[in-house]
Write a protein that binds this ligand. Structure first.
Ligand code: 13P
Ligand code: SF4
Length: 316
């Protein structure tokens, strides 16, 4: 199936509005957001999986790593995080004195809850010299009990550079151990990829590391959302089958209007990321909430593994 995008297509499909009316609404929203950003000294960060129109109003868009990193660099006092809860929590942990708003507090990543502190304690008691490596898609509590955080764009580099003999990786089973998974990526099967390869023999297969091992084996490229976008932009091929959430198609098409992108499976939509709307972003900024609130203990303890990720990812 080919997915073609223009700027407002997804909203038009959902609302049945004409594009002229929609353009007007977007213009008004952008104007309102411009005012609110000034009044509240706020900046909008968004992940590539949020709806296209939310990506369009963001000041910075990126993968999970980029969002953590940029959150430490922006000068504004309020960070509006358009993504799921763990992303807002990471921004708050790294910026305890700033206000972090999550426009949709119920946008939560199920995988973030798929490990437990009890498992971590058990592993620590069982193995000596173990590093608990926490995929950033985890709650603040799990981060607080870990030694270092990682994202899909830096996991290999960071794990390779850890001095420890044993590594306990939480929560994604498709990377190492534990039994957590992302339902969006787990739904993509090797049969889907084989089928896509047959119908598009010239297409490059781009796969997110949260997919199953059997899918990773069939990939031409494996990487984070930013990695996939960069690879497709540099690569000379004209067709790509993309095995990750469909939100990335917006940036892929923007940067590569002459190339074609196809989904691999049928259900590449994260319902939590899609809960975030421009209206909710405006409302959060007007009301100054929902705000990310974390206990001082979690915040302090989770700071070290997150900060260590930023340091280790930046090292040569
Ligand atoms: P990245 O943006 O790090 O590739 O992660 C994808 C994801 O599933 C975020 O929830
Ligand atoms: Fe979580 Fe998967 Fe959605 Fe990312 S795409 S937020 S990992 S459920």
């Amino acid at each position: 199936m080919q997915v073609s995008y223009n700027k407002l297509e997804s909203v038009l499909e959902r609302t049945g509005m004409t594009d002229v009316k929609m353009e007007e609404i977007m213009k008004e929203s952008l104007e309102k957001l411009r005012e609110l950003k000034q009044q509240k000294d706020a900046v909008i960060l968004a992940h590539y999986y949020v709806p296209d129109e939310v990506q369009d109003v963001a000041d910075y868009i990126g993968d999970s790593y980029y969002l953590s990193e940029i959150a430490t660099k922006v000068k504004e006092q309020t960070i509006v995080l358009c993504g799921v809860a763990f992303m807002g929590e990471s921004a708050k942990i790294l910026n305890p004195d700033k206000k972090v708003l999550l426009p949709e507090p119920h946008a939560d990543c199920p995988m973030a809850h798929m490990a437990s502190v009890e498992n971590i304690d058990e592993i620590r008691n069982k193995y000596e010299d173990v590093a608990v490596v926490c995929y950033v898609n985890s709650t603040a509590e799990l981060k607080a009990h870990s030694d270092v955080c990682v994202t899909s764009s830096n996991a290999v580099k960071i794990v390779r550079n850890l001095p420890n003999k044993n590594i306990y990786f939480i929560p994604d089973v498709h990377i190492i151990l534990n039994d957590g998974y992302c339902h969006v990526h787990s739904n993509i099967s090797s049969e889907d990829i084989i089928k896509a390869k047959k119908s598009r023999p010239d297409a490059k297969i781009l796969v997110h590391p949260e997919c199953k091992g059997e899918v990773l084996e069939l990939a031409d490229y494996v990487g984070s959302t930013s990695g996939i976008i960069e690879y497709a932009t540099i690569c000379e091929a004209k067709e790509f089958v993309v095995a990750t959430e469909m939100g990335v198609f917006h940036e892929l098409k923007k940067r590569n209007p002459d190339k074609s992108f196809y989904v691999a499976g049928n259900l590449q939509i994260c319902p939590n990321m899609k809960k975030i709307t421009v209206e909710k972003v405006i409302s959060a900024m007007e009301k100054g909430q929902p705000e990310v609130i974390l206990s001082k203990d979690f915040r302090r303890q989770a700071y070290t593994p997150l900060k260590r990720m930023l340091t280790m990812a930046g090292q040569k």
